[in-house]
Design a protein around this ligand. Sequence first.
Ligand SMILES: NC(=O)c1ccc[n+]([C@@H]2O[C@H](COP(=O)([O-])OP(=O)(O)OC[C@H]3O[C@@H](n4cnc5c(N)ncnc54)[C@H](O)[C@@H]3O)[C@@H](O)[C@H]2O)c1
Length: 262
Amino acid sequence: MPKPGKLGEQSDRRVALVTGGARGIGLEIVRRLLVDGYRVAFVATKADHLERALNLLGFSEEQLYAERIDVTRHNDVQVFVDRIRERWGEIDILVNNAGISPKRVDQNAPWLSQTSLDEWARVIDVNLTGPFILIRLLAPAMIAKGNGRIINVGSLAGRAMPMVAGPHYAASKAGMVGLTRAAARDLAPYGVTVNCIAPGRILSDLTGSPEAAVNRTALSRIPVGRFGTAEEVAHVVSFLASPMAGFITGATIDITGGEFAA
Ligand SMILES: NC(=O)c1ccc[n+]([C@@H]2O[C@H](COP(=O)([O-])OP(=O)(O)OC[C@H]3O[C@@H](n4cnc5c(N)ncnc54)[C@H](O)[C@@H]3O)[C@@H](O)[C@H]2O)c1
C-alpha cells in the first residue's frame, strides 16, 4: 500500500494530459498549461484540427505532443499514455475536457423523442466513460507519487435545468459531478485532488456564433451580460492544477457569469 501524501505537494517534473485539446476550451487549457511551464500532451479526434492547433501553439516537441485518439477507445488511450510516460515520465495533471453535445434536429419536438439509444450511449461514452477510464488509468501512478491533479470539465447543463442541451449531455455532465466526488474521496489521502469545473455559455465551435438565436436567448439569462471566454475557463484549470489549490477537492466550480451559483 503506498504511503499517503499531502495535498499541495508538487514535483518539479510536471506533465499534463488534456483531452479534446485541438480547439475551443481545450485548446486554451493546453495553451495556458504550456505558458505555466508544463509539458502538455493532448488528444483530439480530428487530424486537421490537431495539426492546426499544433501550428498555432508553436511549442517544441519537448513541451507539446499530440495524437489523434478517441477517448472511448481504451486500448488506444492506454498506448498513448504509455508513450507519454516513455517520453516524459508520469502524468501529474489530467484534464478531462473532451466532450460532445449533439444538436436537436427538430426544435419543435421534445428532445427525449429524438434521442436514439445509440446517440445516448455515444454521449455517455465520450463525456463520462472516457474520463472514468483515464482517471482509473492514471490514478495509481499519482497515488504512488503522492501527488496529482485531476480536473473534469462538466457543464452548467449538469447543474441546473438544461435550456438547450439534450438529456444525454445533461446526464453525462451531472454524472461528472458524481464521478468527481467519488474519485476525490478515494484519492484525497494520497495527495491527489479531483475537481470539476462547470462552464456556462462559452463561445466556441460547440456553441456556435453569438448571433445564433439560441445564443441571443442564452445571453439574456447571464447576469454579467456577456458570454464567457475559453481563456477564463483555462485560468480556473490552471489554478486547480497548481500547488495553491491543494485544499480544494471534490468541488465543482461554476464558471457561468452568475447564471448559476450553488
Ligand atoms: N462551450 C461551452 O459553452 C461549454 C459549456 C459547458 C461545458 N463545455 C464543455 O467543455 C468541453 C469543451 O467544449 P468546447 O466548447 O471547447 O467543444 P469543442 O467541440 O469546440 O471541442 C471539443 C474537443 O473535444 C474533442 N473530442 C470530441 N470527442 C472526442 C473523443 N471521443 N475523443 C477525443 N477527443 C474528442 C474534439 O476533437 C475537440 O477538440 C466539453 O466537455 C464541453 O461539454 C462547453
